[in-house]
Design a protein around this ligand. Structure first.
Ligand code: NDP
Length: 262
């Protein structure tokens, strides 16, 4: 899974939107997509982080990216429709979306989950993806073959104590991908999920503060799977949930037939 070797031109001419592009896995995916020729639309909450990724993409010689500062917590359907229209006007196409931004929320007993906390996590991790997917589908269909990648989690496949609203939101993400993938069969737009597995990021450090980060794979280690699913080498893959690190999984893993050619 992680030894896929992408051609340097894999994403030439493609326009790709990444949510949560300022940090962690989203940042690395954006840089790798740019290094393989894509024009990036960098969506995230913190403008400074997005500007840093913009500069890194420029330094790599990638096509000039665009920055979309947006807090998925407060964004409405109209924000997403306006964004889709801007993408249409500025780029005329959209070949891929990586839904990566997520909120971990507060981990703790199910009985203690506050309604407000539940709503926040569902808004960022589920509802924003639903609304943004709806807004972008017309462009994605026009640009087919195109690829939509959602980001799952081990706790989105097998529930685990104290992972509360975050785990439930990841089950919902898996469900959204499966429903959409089934509907999109034959349209040239495909939808798949990636569970990154334990990866050295800020979110992981917040979830496991006592863990030594040096024991974890980095976003750069797992990015080959993100390249594979975004590029046309995976044009026949639809409706699959991939584990980037099956060797570190305790739950369900994708079957060997789902593995990309190496
Ligand atoms: P990070 O917390 O490092 O990065 C998350 C990114 O999402 C940040 O760029 C953040 O922006 C952005 N984001 C969060 N909330 C919002 C919001 N309301 N509006 C806009 N952007 C937002 O997380 P990871 O890189 O670790 O995680 C990436 C994905 O992988 C997530 O979906 C996560 O659930 C999943 N995952 C990660 C694992 C891991 O071990 N790291 C394991 C399993 C799944 P900002 O920095 O500006 O706040």
């Amino acid at each position: 899974m992680l030894d896929y070797h992408a051609s340097p031109e894999l994403l030439n001419g493609k326009v790709i939107l990444v949510t949560g592009a300022g940090d962690g896995i989203g940042r690395q995916a954006a840089l790798s997509y740019g290094a393989h020729g894509a024009t990036l639309i960098l969506l995230g909450k913190t403008v400074k982080k997005l500007e840093a990724v913009y500069d890194e993409l420029q330094a790599l010689g990638a096509p000039e990216p665009a920055i979309v500062p947006l807090d998925l917590q407060g964004a409405t359907r109209q924000h997403y429709l306006d964004m889709a229209e801007t993408i249409r006007q500025q780029f005329g196409r959209l070949d891929g979306v990586l839904f990566n931004a997520s909120l971990l929320g507060t981990l703790g007993p199910f009985e203690m989950i506050g309604e407000d906390e539940w709503d926040k996590v569902m808004q960022v991790n589920v509802k924003s993806q639903f609304l943004l997917t709806q807004a972008l589908l017309p462009l994605l269909k026009e640009s087919a073959p195109s690829s939509v990648i959602y980001t799952s989690s081990g706790v989105g496949k097998q529930g685990r104590a104290y992972w509360g609203s975050y785990a439930v939101s990841k089950f919902a993400t898996e469900g959204m991908m499966e429903v959409l993938a089934d509907e999109l069969e034959g349209t040239g737009v495909r939808a798949n999920c990636i569970n990154p597995g334990a990866t050295r990021t800020g979110m992981r450090a917040r979830a496991y503060p006592a863990e030594n980060p040096a024991t974890l794979r980095t976003p750069a280690d797992i990015v080959p799977l993100y390249l594979y699913l975004m590029g046309d080498d995976s044009h026949q893959v639809n409706g699959t949930s991939f584990d980037a690190q099956p060797d570190r999984m305790s739950g369900k893993t994708s079957s060997s037939s789902d593995k990309p050619p190496v």
